[in-house]
Design a binder for this molecule. Structure first.
Ligand code: CP3
Length: 354
């Protein structure tokens, strides 16, 4: 494999010295880019795009052609695992994801299985291998998965949800069933992420998008506990380099100490916590990734730059900060504003690394 030309993202994840603060954006390949929309139209549907390694590679690299990002993230989706379990995923125009066979009964839970990452999910591993080849060492490639709890919300609800009545109904009425679902899903995630690492992913992120809707007790029992199992089961070194793990619970600001206890290398934080205070709480146990409010990108470039400066100042001196948005970039953001954001991080951060 080729030498990494820019490894400041991997270094910052391990809190090793860097020249400037590295930056990438969650959902950096996506609908705010006209070139993404063109490739997606060529592919047919979103899932066709995910299942075509050449096109998935093309859209992964598109944002890097525009902006000097410090990492690439695999173009795929967290819902590939439940799809491979037979739940039949489709994306209806304007409605988001839908599972035609959601998990509602004991029999449905018993039918779940751990998909073979080089079988049903081979298209994802092929995408990882293709992207690594095409990146040719330009920046590291991030692999990812949903957390078992976040996957469960879609598997049980059958779609995106506002109230989570079905998945929380199962959690409260049949915790045994919910644990069985989460246990199978955690095993699937471990195999899936380890296969991504074997295929070339150089860091991995666990997206716990819906951990923040749980009570503190339920968060530990039904979400964090399974992310702990995943972290314990992951390959942590490949090609003579550490493979850092990033844990991102949206709305998880009150649980950072517990999240740091899992042994993750870095925590993703959303914009509802102050990154300086978060740093005081986790000390030097983990790096922090985040956390600009994605809607700041609707403001003018000077305002964006000011906000970047405030967050850099709040984190303060030294390594261990990976700049990002607090959640994915919105589809109606002007790409030039994303460019102003990335430029501001690189221009304003050197003084924190002297
Ligand atoms: O970050 C990246 O650029 C990598 C690609 C990526 C996608 N989805 C592409 C995508 C990643 C990391 C994801 C993760 C994902 N998918 C999450 C967790 C991250 C988060 O945002 O908290 C979740 C919850 C999903 C499930 C999912 N996929 C939903 C709810 C939707 C619909 C969203 C919408 O706005 O309609 C998707 C579709 C999806 N995944 C798109 C992209 C670029 C848009 C699809 C399109 O082109 O129409």
């Amino acid at each position: 494999m080729s030498e990494l030309k820019n490894d400041r993202f991997l270094k910052a994840l391990l809190r090793e010295p860097v020249d400037v603060t590295p930056v990438w954006m969650m959902r950096q390949a996506g609908r705010y880019l006209p070139e993404y929309k063109a490739t997606r139209a060529k592919a047919g549907s979103f899932m066709d795009l995910c299942m075509n390694p050449e096109l998935a590679c093309e859209v992964t690299i598109q944002p890097l052609e525009r902006f000097p990002l410090d990492a690439a993230i695999l173009f795929s989706d967290i819902l590939t695992i439940p799809d491979a379990m037979g739940l039949q995923l489709r994306f209806a125009e304007g409605e988001g994801p839908i599972f035609d066979k959601p998990v509602r009964t004991e029999a449905d839970v018993n039918n779940l299985f751990v998909p073979d990452p080089e079988g049903e999910l081979k298209y994802v591993m092929d995408a990882v291998r293709t992207i690594r080849r095409e990146l040719n060492g330009r920046v590291p490639l991030i692999g990812f998965s949903g957390s078992p709890w976040t996957l469960a919300t879609y598997m049980v609800e059958g779609s995106s949800s506002k109230e989570y009545s079905k998945v929380k109904g199962m959690l409260f009425d049949r915790p045994d069933l919910m644990h069985k679902l989460l246990d199978t899903t955690a095993k699937a995630v471990i195999q899936y992420l380890n296969a991504q690492i074997a295929a070339g992913a150089q860091a991995v992120q666990i997206f716990d998008t819906w951990g923040g809707i749980l009570t503190p007790r339920d968060y530990k029992e039904f979400s964090l506990n399974y992310m702990q199992q995943i972290i314990d089961g992951l390959t942590r070194e490949a090609d003579g380099r550490k493979v850092p793990v990033i844990l991102f619970t949206k709305g998880g600001g009150q649980w950072l100490e517990a999240m740091a206890d899992t042994g993750a290398d870095a925590l993703g934080i959303d914009w509802t916590c102050d990154i300086g205070k978060a740093r005081e709480r986790v000390g030097d146990r983990v790096a922090l990734q985040g956390n600009m409010d994605p809607t700041v990108l609707y403001a003018n470039p000077d305002r964006i730059r000011e906000e970047v400066g405030t967050i850099l100042e709040s984190y303060g001196q030294g390594s261990g900060h990976i700049f990002n948005l607090g959640h994915g970039i919105h589809q109606h953001v002007d790409p030039e504003h994303a460019g102003a954001f990335i430029k501001a991080v690189h221009e304003l951060s050197p003084k924190y690394h002297v």
